[in-house]
Design a protein around this ligand. Structure first.
Ligand code: 5GP
Length: 115
C-alpha cells in the first residue's frame, strides 16, 4: 500500500486550500508557505503538490519519490535567490525521534534575513 493512503495531514489540507496558509510561492510542483510558528525571521516550509510526489518522511522515500527532496531543495535555492536571501538553513526533520511532527515531507527554509 502506498503511504499516500495512510492518512490526511494538515499539509494535505493546506495543499487543497481547505485551510488557509500564508503562501509566498506556488507552481505546479511546489507550495512554499510561512511556518505558523516561526523560529527565524524567515521560516518557510516547502511541500510537493503532486499526489504522486507525496511521501510522509525521508524515512519512507522510495525509488518513485527519491527525486522529491532534491526538487524541494532546488525550489528553495531558486526562491531564495530571487528574494535576495543569500544565507539560510535547509532542514528535514526525520521521524518522531528527529522532531518531525507533520508526516508530509517538508523542507524548512530558515534565514536571519527578512523576506
Ligand atoms: P516538523 O517538526 O514536522 O518538521 O515541522 C512542522 C512545522 O509545521 C512546524 O514548524 C510547525 O510550526 C508547522 N505547522 C504546523 N501546523 C501548521 C499549520 O497549520 N500551518 C502552518 N503554516 N504551519 C504549520
Amino acid at each position: 500500500m502506498k503511504s499516500t493512503m495512510i492518512e490526511d495531514t494538515i499539509f494535505h489540507k493546506i495543499v487543497r486550500k481547505e485551510i488557509p496558509s500564508d503562501i509566498v510561492y506556488e507552481d505546479d510542483e511546489v507550495l512554499i508557505f510561512k511556518d505558523i510558528n516561526p523560529k527565524a525571521p524567515t521560516h518557510l516550509l516547502l511541500i510537493a503538490k503532486k499526489e504522486e510526489d507525496f511521501v510522509s518522511s525521508i524515512i519512507d522515500l522510495t525509488e518513485e519519490t527519491a527525486h522529491v527532496p532534491l526538487m524541494l531543495i532546488r525550489k528553495a535555492q531558486k526562491f531564495a535567490k530571487e528574494k535576495g536571501i543569500d544565507g539560510y538553513k535547509l532542514t528535514f526533520h526525520v521521524g518522531e525521534g528527529g522532531g518531525q511532527l507533520v508526516f508530509y515531507l517538508h523542507l524548512h527554509l530558515m534565514s536571519q534575513q527578512e523576506l
